[in-house]
Ligand binder design. Structure first.
Ligand SMILES: [Ca+2]
Ligand SMILES: [Ca+2]
Length: 93
């Protein structure tokens, strides 16, 4: 496992000029279904105005993730119903 430096906590206005969403991804090494700070491998920020919504769904063990994981999709909520639907997904992480 590479040694990943601790990511600083984000507050509104630091990375995002408007409010945004921080997405942290990593492997659940101890299997407690919680992404502990020590397990975070990547942090990405999505700011309002770039992509409006983030949807995360569990990814079963399989082709994409041999050990299972989480699929994160982002995109603009083009019909403004507060839900990210398939046609609105612009990125899958
Ligand atoms: Ca964990
Ligand atoms: Ca929508």
């Amino acid at each position: 496992m590479p040694d990943i430096p601790q990511q600083p906590r984000q507050t509104a206005g630091s990375t995002c000029t408007a409010r945004g969403v921080r997405v942290q991804t990593g492997l659940d090494n101890d299997g407690n279904n919680v992404l502990d700070d020590s397990e975070i491998q990547r942090t990405s920020h999505t700011c309002n105005g770039t992509a409006d919504l983030i949807a995360s769904t569990p990814e079963p063990s399989g082709v994409n993730c041999p050990a299972g994981g989480v699929r994160i999709q982002s995109g603009k909520d083009s019909n403004s119903n507060g839900t990210l639907e398939e046609p609105e997904v612009s990125g899958t992480h």
